[in-house]
Design a protein around this ligand. Structure first.
Ligand SMILES: Nc1ncnc2c1ncn2[C@@H]1O[C@H](COP(=O)(O)OP(=O)(O)OP(=O)(O)O)[C@@H](O)[C@H]1O
Ligand SMILES: [Mg+2]
Length: 433
């Protein structure tokens, strides 16, 4: 049952007891020089409990011992903990927490979003909690830098945006770190891929195809990148570059690099481009870039074209062919003057395969298309759809029959090996068209 919050009259106005107590206790703590907030929790509980008791007794409020204890715990959580987020962060079945202003908290469980009953008192309360999350990370969030993206010590990812940029109060999203990212078996079990696709992926990685995983926000790009990276031979040397380190590779020979935002004075930034350039000097067999999203795009394409075959990355796009356009747009943003035809040639020869991910309305994430980038004709990309999922069907992936025949596969790296997959393709695949 939902608990009613207790109200008291302050200056003739109904006011939430807890928020009044909150102020009262903050004042009391300021008077108390013992720095209780940094000491053991039990000491603070004792102090706050006494204050709650005094306050309610002086005003002869009808409040039970149980209520006093509960209020005390909540106030202490708020003072030193993450307020309503405490419970949500502890709950292992919750994978994502989205806070849109103080009164709306959404949580994701098993891929589905629900609105939580919990809420913050007001903007300030939420802001305090956000600041408390960020403080140990040395990250600043204020009017002059109202957005922050950071990683918690446990690996969870946090993003916060506050006014004036966020119009309806502070917003926070937490993507919880999962102890173990989904494996290929998990992805098969959840219907995101099937055995044939896994077999294709294994071959694609072994043959050192350059792969771009494309999808919208939260469609599972990082999870897929992680799964594909795990298919890389154990002996290869891998360098990973991410904005917030999420990948969990099991290889021994892996170097993990993470970008750094500028500090409060605007210095010390290390961006993805710097790291890509440096990574190429580290003699990697494979470069894994968390996401292409800025100035690094040309460096990555060049690397893919000059001996760093088998590199993998992700890009934010809603269809596989949009992914190619997205890369062009990103190159445009770098300000480099490159002829359109030259640019397309560069992209074409760099990228072998695009894996498109989609998330449907029930929250199921799956591979919706696998596209082979073949070449250019009259300045347009020629692509080959190798797999796609059939809209409206629950199971399996339709193999595009015309393209699945081994001899039609034009990618040099894959062509010779592909008949094998065609021959062993499971009965789940129906021929299409
Ligand atoms: N195939 C899948 N089936 C079920 N859950 C999945 C699948 N792939 C990813 N998830 C879950 O979805 C959430 C988002 O996944 P992930 O971080 O891989 O997405 P993303 O596309 O990289 O997101 P972003 O756009 O924020 O970078 C995670 O909680 C992850 O565990
Ligand atoms: Mg991601």
């Amino acid at each position: 049952m939902k608990r009613q919050s207790m109200t008291i009259k302050v200056g003739g106005v109904d006011t939430d007891l807890k928020s009044v107590l909150h102020r009262y206790i903050i004042d009391a703590l300021e008077d108390d020089g013992d720095n209780l907030l940094e000491g053991p929790r039990a000491q603070l509980v004792h102090f706050v409990g006494d204050k709650v008791h005094d306050y309610t007794r002086q005003r002869q409020m009808p409040i039970s011992r149980y209520e006093v204890d509960r209020l005390t715990e909540e106030l202490v959580d708020e003072l030193i903990g993450f307020g309503p987020l405490e419970v949500l962060l502890r709950d292992p079945t919750i994978t994502e927490i989205l806070v849109n202003g103080p009164h709306r908290i959404f949580i994701e469980r098993h891929g589905v979003l629900y609105q939580s009953e919990l809420r913050f008192m007001d903007d300030n309360h939420l802001l305090r909690v956000i600041q408390r999350i960020l403080a140990p990370l040395g990250r600043r969030l204020d009017q002059s830098s109202p957005m922050v993206d950071a990683r918690l010590p446990d690996g969870s990812r946090v993003n916060a945006v506050i006014p004036p940029v966020a119009l309806d109060g502070p917003c926070l999203s937490v993507r919880k770190f999962s102890q173990d990212m989904m494996s290929s078996n998990d992805l098969i079990a959840s219907g995101s891929i099937d055995h044939n696709i896994l077999e294709f992926f294994t071959l694609m990685v072994k043959k050192r195809c350059n792969v771009v995983i494309s999808g919208g926000t939260g469609t599972g790009k990082t999870t897929m990148l992680n799964m594909l990276s795990r298919l890389i031979n154990e002996r290869e040397r891998i360098v990973t570059i991410e904005d917030t380190a999420e990948l969990q590779l099991k290889h021994t020979h892996v170097v993990r690099l993470e970008t750094r935002p500028p500090n409060a004075d605007g210095h010390g930034e290390v961006n993805a481009r710097d790291l890509v350039r440096n990574a190429l000097r580290m003699r990697p067999d494979r470069l894994i870039l968390g996401e292409i999203r800025g100035m690094e795009v040309l460096d990555v394409l060049t690397a893919m074209n000059t001996g760093h075959d088998g590199s993998m990355t992700t890009v934010h796009a809603n269809t596989a062919s949009d992914a190619l356009l997205r890369l062009e747009t990103l190159v445009g943003f770098t300000g480099m003057q490159i002829q359109a035809s030259t640019l397309r040639e560069t992209i074409c020869s760099a990228i072998d395969i695009i894996v498109q991910l989609t998330r449907n309305s029930e929250g199921r994430r799956h591979v919706s298309e696998i596209l082979e980038v073949v070449g250019l004709r009259d300045g347009h990309y020629i692509t080959n759809t190798l797999f796609r999922s059939e809209p409206g069907t629950q199971i399996g992936f339709i193999r595009e029959s015309n393209n699945m025949a081994g001899d039609k596969l034009r990618n040099e790296k894959l062509r010779n090996s592909f008949n094998h997959i065609s021959a062993t393709g499971g009965s789940k695949f129906q021929h299409h068209g």
